[in-house]
Design a protein around this ligand. Structure first.
Ligand SMILES: [Zn+2]
Ligand SMILES: [Zn+2]
Length: 447
């Protein structure tokens, strides 16, 4: 007989049987104790299994709970993103594995409606200073009200996401150990990559301005139409069937997604898609522009142009909402057509020739207005020589313009600007003015 210990999976000569149910075998009492949080679900314990028992087993197995009661009682319905499920699990791990709090106790807290309060008190009096600085406790502090509070209004979406997350984790676990998965979670951008993986496996596809940014970062913005988007989606799905989750995450992190596609026999041909997914973490501002102008009106209503496109594509020049809509309409017209070439628009942008480029494709009337709206700081040397204050991008001619200040500090002949530097400069600028609010156009900080 090849019986093995339920906990450590070894097969010593003699195994001891669980006295309560006779259905599980262990090396000794320590193996039995270590397995108890999991075995309790199958054992004969003389009382009903509670959702806290299921939570304990889930924590010990490193797999989020799948039953409705546990999900509801312990806040798993508050799940805007898949990684929030992992974060919530880590908090319960800190409580159950880290501090040894028993599920029975947690059940009592929950029944008394005191879960989040008791968790806070327990953490505060038992965690070390280092643990309190850690990400798990920090996340608990920020989301304390979702531990045991009432479920959110829109439960259907979150239930859907929980199912999607469960399916993704099942697939990931075929090739990736829990410890390896945890190591991946510390990678910058992981939450987005994991969200994308989860949504794709569930048959969802990202859309412009859907709040995730995935339409842009994973190259859907570079497709000519929805058919090509569908095709790109199917390429990702085949990649997820062949490459491991680890390979996918590392490829996103190292900007080697194209190489990963090739390694699994799929060559992405479109130069536009190649341009975007060459680097998931940063891309040309023209793709951000396309994301912004191509969104459905419904999704776009509250969104404002991101800072890089404010500067590069002239949204900073707009004096009011009408001018902004007008400019957006022109770019939409140009980028939404089947023969559009966003990379050519990008080149025109870098040369400071957006007006010239666009006027070859569409009628811009009156020309003077569009020349003003499409003015940008490129090429940079030209801005330094420009003496016309109205031609400069930015808030208003009477005050120091952060862009002018920034460009003025660049060495002569510099024609490229790091998007992150620009973002930083503009963000500092808006922050310094946050009391007054934006005065030109309607631009706000986004994200
Ligand atoms: Zn054992
Ligand atoms: Zn038992």
């Amino acid at each position: 007989m090849s019986a093995q210990c339920q906990h450590c999976k070894r097969s010593p000569k003699t195994l001891k049987r669980c006295a309560a149910c006779s259905g599980a075998w262990y090396c000794d009492a320590s193996c039995q104790k270590a397995d108890w949080l999991i075995h309790i679900l199958d054992c004969n314990i003389g009382r009903p299994i509670t959702s806290a028992d299921r939570l304990g087993a889930a924590v010990r197995q490193g797999i989020p709970p799948v039953d409705a009661a546990t999900r509801t009682d312990y806040g798993f319905l508050h799940t805007p993103r898949p990684d929030d499920i992992e974060k919530r699990m880590k908090v319960y791990g800190l409580l159950i594995d880290g501090l040894g709090i028993r599920p029975k106790t947690i059940h009592q807290w929950s029944q008394a409606g005191a879960l989040s309060r008791m968790m806070k008190a327990t953490f505060d009096s038992n965690l070390s200073e280092t643990q309190r600085q850690g990400v798990d406790y920090q996340w608990f502090s920020e989301n304390q009200s979702t531990f045991g509070g009432p479920p959110p209004q829109d439960v259907a979406t979150n239930m859907w996401l929980l199912e999607a997350h469960q399916k993704a984790r099942e697939r990931i676990s075929r090739t990736t150990k829990n410890s390896e998965f945890d190591a991946l979670r510390s990678i910058d951008g992981f939450e987005d990559y994991f969200l994308f993986y989860t949504l794709m496996l569930q048959g969802a596809r990202p859309a412009p301005c859907d709040g995730t940014g995935l339409w842009e970062s994973f190259g859907f913005c570079a497709c000519f139409d929805q058919n090509e988007e569908g095709y790109l989606g199917s390429r990702y799905l085949s990649l997820f069937r062949t490459a491991t989750f680890q390979e996918f995450i590392h490829a996103c992190d190292n900007s080697t997604l194209l190489e990963l596609f090739s390694a699994y026999g799929q060559n992405i041909q479109s130069p536009h898609i190649r341009d975007v997914i060459r680097s998931i973490r940063s891309r040309k501002s023209v793709w951000t522009l396309k994301d912004f102008v191509c969104a459905d009106d419904e999704l776009r209503r509250d969104s404002k142009p991101a800072l890089p496109i404010c500067a590069d594509y002239g949204f900073f020049n707009c004096r009011n909402q009408d001018e902004e809509s007008c400019l957006r309409g022109i770019y939409k017209n140009i980028l939404d057509r089947p023969d559009s070439d966003p990379l050519a628009l990008h080149q025109a942008c870098l040369q400071g020739r957006i007006f010239e480029y666009c006027s070859e494709l569409v009628t811009l009337s009156p020309p003077a207005k569009f020349r003003r709206l499409m003015k940008n700081p490129y090429p940079l040397a030209e801005v330094q020589e420009d003496s016309d204050p109205h031609a400069r991008p930015g808030p208003s001619s009477g005050e120091q313009n952060p862009l002018t200040q920034f460009f003025g500090s660049l060495p002569p002949g510099t024609h490229r600007i790091e998007q992150s530097d620009l973002r930083r400069v503009l963000q500092d600028y808006w922050q310094s003015r946050s009391d007054e609010g934006p005065t030109v156009g309607t631009f706000m900080k986004r994200g």
